[in-house]
Design a protein around this ligand. Structure first.
Ligand code: M6R
Length: 586
């Protein structure tokens, strides 16, 4: 995780870097810092959120600089552990995103050689290695190559040298690094979002590539020192619109955007869509992999591919993918689902599967993300940047696209048309804001919540619980409704709210019976249904839609419930504690 940005050009780098890390804060937000060349290397770092720091300059000024926003992995949240980190004499400063796996042995030998460390981070070894090799070679390129060969793990880092005041260097392995290009200016960052207001011309560095740049010269080479020629991609500015509009939080704005994003996810290139569906249909072995919310979409995909497309498949958490790796071969298709396309667990699973000959299909939101570029075929969610750490609009976009895939495999035109009109019903849910706010107020002091649903509603129950935990910090569990009686019922009493996903479909009566079992133990039942029933203490009404499609719509009240619970409890909705939007470490 963490976000990095660097700038070299003819403007003052400080406000550009500050704006940049503000936009990267979704990647981590426990501390931040920047380094600038102003005759010598000047540093500014602090704990806390960058968005809460008042100044945009700190009296610093310079044309070359680097900055960082942190999500702590090695070492606590302290000013010392905040990046940039420097060499012993502070002549070199670095910012790093990723994990240096061999930092302990590196640190030990550097300490033995007399280097002085000032932080507990793994990242600081990069500054000292650069210092060691620069003292040895007095040549920047050799220094950079020797350093990247020594470090193991995943990294994207940027460095500046006091002795080379016009220069910025960087390298990446398994963590993203992109370059923004404008006349006499270059921007380096973890993602395009951080500099898109200055340029839409982008070079995507590939794995195991390094860069050395001055404002008017850019050299990219592989880790063996061979120069690499790269094309410039023009990205769509509007795809990076990150204004909050009239909403108090990005999360709320993104929940509301679902009235258009569900439909946008269905605009797919018909040729690509057909190819994608064919690969699913003919796969001898199909594994779906993802993490967190995207995994819940993957669970629904397994269900729909099996029931509608008649394709047997498995959904495996990306972090657990090694369990099935022995079964992956050239006859295997992997469907990877990820909003960011940068989740380390997913990339790891996909890369290993690819080495074994598997075909990689992916569903991502962020175009040109690592997963997108490493896949054989990608479909995009087209839902615009999702800034709130909690996935909301990307989840319903994933669900809608998965329905489209399943229905297309069997040419179910009638249901595809119903799917395309589904976004019209989002407003019906949003209009129940006051009711949902009242429910949130009523249960805001609860310590445990349960979410239950059967069949296609089970992944939504899991997602409802994840949203509530992540946003409001209340313990919550999502369960298959039929499983309660196998143990969890022991925890249910008159203090327990239970959210029951129960639209009128073939699961309705059985789920209602499970809800009654809980009601009999005193639970407070919050029904999510298109049909009222006296057993519900509260009901959030769903619109009358094609019953097959309820999962896409029924998750929206759960997102709203989690949102208003979080607001009531004073939680930081857009940036929940301890989390980051892109989990780029394993
Ligand atoms: O970017 P991805 O979809 O790969 O992210 C996967 C998870 O980290 C993500 O869905 C996470 O669970 C969300 N914060 C949940 O709201």
């Amino acid at each position: 995780m963490c976000g990095i940005i660097g700038y070299v050009g003819d403007k003052d780098a400080v406000p550009i870097l500050m704006n940049g890390i503000r936009r990267l804060e979704y990647r981590g937000y426990d501390s931040w810092g920047l380094a600038i060349i102003q005759g010598e290397i000047k540093l500014m770092k602090n704990t806390g959120k960058i968005s809460e720091s008042g100044s945009n300059s700190f009296g610093l000024k310079g044309n070359v600089g680097i900055a960082h926003t942190r999500w702590a992995t090695h070492g606590g949240v302290t000013r010392e552990n905040a990046h940039p980190h420097t060499s012993c004499g502070k002549e070199i400063a670095i910012v790093h995103n990723g994990i240096i796996e061999n930092y302990q042995e590196m640190k030990k030998s550097l300490l033995a050689e007399g280097h002085k460390f000032t932080s507990q981070t793994d990242s600081e070894v990069i500054a000292h290695l650069l210092e060691k090799f620069y003292n040895k070679f007095k040549d920047i390129k050799k220094t950079l190559l020797a350093t990247v060969k020594r470090i193991k793990g995943n990294f994207a880092f940027l460095a500046i040298f006091q002795d080379e005041p016009d220069l910025i260097l960087g390298a990446r392995k398994d963590s993203p690094l992109v370059i923004g290009v404008r006349k006499n200016e270059l921007f380096f960052a973890s993602d395009v979002l951080s500099f898109v207001e200055y340029t839409d011309k982008v070079i995507f560095l590939d794995n195991l590539e390094a860069v050395m740049a001055k404002k008017d010269s850019l050299k990219i080479f592989d880790f063996n020192g061979r120069e690499v020629r790269k094309g410039i991609t023009q990205v769509a500015w509007e795809a990076y619109d990150v204004s909050k509009k009239e909403f108090t939080h990005y999360t709320l704005k993104e929940i509301h955007e679902q009235s258009s994003t569900i439909k946008n996810s269905l605009y797919q290139d018909p040729i690509k869509l057909t190819k994608f569906c064919k690969s699913i249909k003919v796969a001898k072995k199909l594994f779906i992999t993802a993490s967190g919310t995207s995994f819940h979409a993957g669970l629904l995909a397994r269900h729909l591919f099996s029931k509608i497309s008649k394709v047997y498949c498995e959904a495996i958490l990306a972090s657990e993918f090694s369990q099935v790796m022995d079964w992956v071969d050239k006859d295997t298709v992997i469907l990877a689902i990820s909003q960011s396309g940068e989740t380390a667990d997913i990339l790891h699973a996909v890369r290993e599967a690819k080495e074994k000959g598997a075909k990689i299909l992916s569903i991502v939101n962020v175009m040109s993300s690592t997963l997108d570029r490493e896949s054989d075929l990608t479909l995009y969610l087209n839902c615009g940047p999702e800034i709130g750490v909690a996935a909301t609009k990307s989840f319903t976009a994933q669900l809608a696209l998965i329905y489209l895939l399943a229905l297309t495999t069997v040419d179910e035109v009638v249901n595809i048309n119903k799917l395309k009109r589904l976004n019209d019903y989002v407003e019906f849910i949003l209009e129940q804001k006051n009711k949902i706010m009242n429910i949130a107020e009523k249960y805001k002091d609860s310590s445990d919540f349960y979410f239950i649903g059967r069949s296609v509603h089970h992944p939504i129950a899991l997602e409802g619980a994840l949203k509530l935990k992540e946003l409001s910090y209340i313990h919550a569990e999502g369960m298959a409704a039929g499983e309660l009686k196998h143990g969890t019922l022991a925890l249910i009493d008159e203090r327990t709210p239970v959210v029951v996903l129960n639209p009128k479909d073939q699961t309705y009566h059985e789920t209602l019976s499970n809800a009654l079992e809980m009601k009999a133990r005193g639970a407070k039942i919050i029904g999510i249904s298109n049909l009222n029933n006296e057993i519900y203490d509260d009901l959030i009404l769903l619109p009358q839609i094609e019953e097959l499609l309820y999962p896409i719509i029924e998750v929206i009240p759960l997102q709203m419930l989690a949102y208003y619970m979080a607001v009531n409890r004073g939680a930081d909705v857009d940036r929940p504690r301890n989390l980051a939007k892109s989990v780029t470490v394993k």
